[in-house]
Design a protein around this ligand. Structure first.
Ligand SMILES: [Zn+2]
Length: 440
């Protein structure tokens, strides 16, 4: 670690939500360095290899006190003690940083599939991984210690992009429970490491947005590169010959099964199924047409106003009288207006519109409009009228005869023209010659 400028105030530990007692931290450092260490009740027991023994008068095992109180022959954990200086030198010779990884994180593709697959239910189909890339990304932990106060160690964490790491992510990513990578650590070039360490020093020196730089911070004791595994891939759902994909991307230890957003219904789901024509969607959004028996999207069904069945929209038409959909098979012709209407509006051979004509003044704009197109009709009196979605149905009465007209609402074309004797209920279609005479 490079020298910092001489501080005006005594150097201090950086504020941090992540602190640890010094003894377990030192035990972790020793384990990282491959030096056998055992935690006793009141001390650490450290087995020294031959080359390390001369620093401690040839001893093969060290007893190191857990805190500031030392009972000889225990060694002290003080940074400027014999053990502290030896540990600093060992760290220095081990390289610029220790390499570690979270103890608990999925490391292999089969752990990823084990985490994701059980969340999904695929009716009559399977789930596969259509590719999964696991990559390691370097987080940095700078650890600071001083022989003042309670001797705790403060950790400052840095994201791979050099930004401070949200406190809650430290535990969620397992950065507080590490295992060493002593061989074949992923490569991190010196410049990248220097840049991460510089970012960590800045974060330690100025943890808030406050402009006040505060007191100088002690030099970090240990820099640890923590390799966190990231998972990116695609789930593939297969039903019959159709497939659907669902990409995922997250830190492996935070990976949770993403919901499948159904492409047709837009529903968010973990239960997938296919329609009879092979479209993959949310199982809850698929239903059976009660007329055809086809499995289709629920949104493609409508309720038949005659039978009450939920059926495919294409099997229905809108009844011009009720304005509601009904199965085409329920449509019949009204004997009066001759329109095809749903059987639900029929009674005694007449549709509901034909049964409910109401008297209508000749000034009514609808009649005025019809008379403009067919002036001969203006000679008739005692008009009654009803309308459907597509037609006007009107009747008039004269001294001896009655008249029925059915007129297209859009074009005013005559759909039916019939007459009846004054006292008869039977309408007789007017022959062309009579029709011309009546209309002109
Ligand atoms: Zn009718």
């Amino acid at each position: 670690m490079s020298e910092s400028a001489a501080p005006a105030l005594p150097a201090t530990l950086p504020p941090s939500a992540h602190s640890q007692q010094r003894a377990p931290f030192v035990a972790w450092v020793l384990a990282q360095l491959g030096i056998p260490v055992h935690a006793g009740d009141r001390e650490l027991l450290i087995d020294l290899a031959e080359p390390d023994r001369p620093a401690f008068d040839g001893q093969a095992q060290l007893r190191v006190a857990l805190g500031p109180d030392v009972s000889p022959p225990q060694e002290s954990l003080a940074l400027d003690g014999r053990f502290g200086r030896w540990l600093a030198a060992r760290l220095q010779s081990s390289g610029a940083a220790l390499h570690a990884r979270p103890r608990m994180q999925p490391m292999a593709v089969n752990e990823i599939s084990a985490r994701l697959f059980p969340a999904y239910e695929v009716e009559n189909g399977q789930i596969h991984l259509a590719g999964c890339q696991l990559t390691d990304h370097p987080f940095l932990r700078l650890s600071f210690a001083a022989d003042e106060g309670d001797w705790s160690v403060r950790h400052v964490y840095v994201s791979p992009d050099g930004a401070p790491l949200a406190d809650e992510l430290v535990a969620r990513l397992g950065l507080d429970d590490l295992e060493p990578i002593r061989r074949h650590a992923p490569r991190l070039d010196d410049a990248a490491l220097r840049s991460l360490v510089a970012a960590g020093r800045r974060i330690a020196a100025k943890p808030s947005a406050d402009d006040d730089p505060g007191p100088a911070i002690v030099e970090p004791l240990v820099a640890a590169v923590i390799w966190v595994r990231h998972a990116q891939g695609t789930l593939q759902f297969t039903i019959g010959r159709r497939i659907a994909h669902l990409p995922f991307s997250a830190w492996a230890s935070l990976l949770t099964p993403p919901p499948f957003i159904a492409p047709h219904s837009g529903a968010s789901t973990y239960r997938l199924a296919a329609t009879d024509d092979g479209r993959i969607d949310a199982a809850d959004e698929i239903a059976v047409c009660e007329q055809s028996g086809q499995r289709v999207l629920r949104q493609e069904l409508v309720q038949c106003s005659v039978t009450g069945k939920r059926v495919l929209g294409e099997l229905t038409a809108v009844c011009p009288v009720s304005g509601r959909p009904a199965l085409r098979s329920t449509f019949v012709a009204c004997t009066v207006c001759r329109q095809r209407v749903s059987s639900g509006v029929m009674e005694g051979g007449a549709c509901q519109a034909c049964r409910s004509l109401s008297s209508c003044s000749k000034d009514d704009p609808r009649l005025v409009w019809i008379f403009t197109e067919h002036p001969g009709l203006d000679r008739w009196k005692n008009w009654e009228l009803a309308e459907t979605a597509t037609s006007y149905i009107a009747q008039a009465a004269g001294l001896w005869k009655r008249l029925l007209i059915v007129v297209d609402k859009e074009t005013l074309a005559i759909r039916r023209l019939a007459t009846a004797d004054r006292l008869s209920k039977t309408w007789i279609d007017a022959p062309d010659a009579l029709a011309n005479e009546l209309l002109k």
